[in-house]
Design a binder for this molecule. Structure first.
Ligand SMILES: [Zn+2]
Length: 326
């Protein structure tokens, strides 16, 4: 799919222009039409696609300009879900937690328009990564008033997401990333998650399937995750100072590794030298051909200027290592 050593990419989200957030607020207050919101999202998507190209990334997207939240976005589109209103999740943070109130039915295409827009406005030699929230995370962050077990809900969601990935494949998508940030929050459920992921990618023939996970103890779900039917794991390392990297060395890492080498929780920009050192830690786990370079997670909570600088330094670090033959 890509010949370059150390392909550089993003996990997904990117800081939104402030005016886009304002337009969205006005739309919610019925002061701005849906058509105008769509125009604003298109404009923002074009700007971010351009910005990621300028950062020099090999694989990217529009930074999820049309998505506000990774579970809500999908639940809002799947018939059978309903929103009762925000619930408090921690401290003073609220989450618009969706409820399954009827058996879930097949949604209209959820991401095909977004992908096609990305494809149209990014250079042809670049690859578009399409992030999609995984069934386990959507189920875990939903109220379930219908299915007898969480497992049933997870597998119904896996079918729905599988269908969506096949639509994306038909539209020309080659690189799909399933986001399961909740993957390692319950290590005892790793087999269930694995079976759900296998169902999610069943019959899918894109060039690259990636599973992204963050904020977990990977040591507790390793090596079990190697059985999942995906090509690559994109994992968080920089934020916890590579705490779990040694655990990955205990068994041969038989997949590609998407190495989280810049921290998305700190706005200070890592130097090229630091990122190169981080990349070398990844090479302790996999050979150079199996290593992709990415931030720990989505960048949306960072200031926009830090995000851009972090990506630029990340690209430069990968480039220097290629030139130095590592
Ligand atoms: Zn993440």
């Amino acid at each position: 799919m890509i010949d370059t050593l150390f392909p550089t990419t993003v996990i997904g989200s990117y800081p939104k222009p402030k005016w886009l957030n304002r337009v969205r607020e006005l739309n919610k207050e019925d002061k701005f039409s849906d058509k105008k919101l769509k125009e604003a999202e298109d404009d923002a998507a074009k700007i971010i696609i351009n910005e990621q190209e300028r950062a020099g990334l090999d694989v990217f997207n529009d930074g999820e300009m049309r998505r506000e939240e990774m579970v809500e976005f999908f639940a809002d589109k799947i018939p059978g879900y309903r929103f009762y209103g925000p619930v408090r999740v921690w401290g003073n943070n609220y989450f618009n937690k969706p409820s399954v109130v009827e058996e879930l039915r097949a949604p209209d295409p959820m991401l095909v328009d977004e992908f096609e827009f990305n494809r149209k406005f990014a250079s042809k030699d670049k690859i578009i990564k399409v992030p999609i929230t995984g069934p386990y995370t959507i189920a875990e962050w939903s109220f379930n008033e219908v299915y007898d077990t969480k497992k049933e809900l997870i597998f119904r969601l896996a079918e729905i997401i599988n269908e969506e990935i096949k639509r994306l494949e038909d539209a020309g998508a080659r690189c799909i990333q399933i986001d399961e940030p909740a993957l390692s929050t319950r290590p005892e459920e790793v087999e269930l998650v694995g079976n759900a992921i296998d169902e999610t990618v069943e019959g899918v023939n894109v060039d690259k399937t990636i599973l992204h996970a963050c904020y977990g103890k990977f040591s507790e779900i390793y090596p079990e995750i190697l059985d999942f039917d995906v090509d690559q794991f994109a994992l968080e390392f920089a934020n916890n100072n590579f705490k779990y990297i040694d655990a990955l060395k205990e068994y041969e890492f038989t997949k590609e590794l998407g190495l989280g080498c810049v921290d998305v929780h700190k706005s200070s920009v890592e130097s090229v030298k630091t990122i190169k050192e981080n990349i070398r830690r990844g090479l302790e786990v996999v050979n150079p051909e199996s290593l992709w370079i990415n931030p720990d997670c989505g960048l949306k909570l960072l200031p926009k200027s830090s995000s851009f600088k972090k990506l630029k330094n990340m690209v430069k670090a990968a480039q220097e290592l290629r030139e130095e033959n590592i």
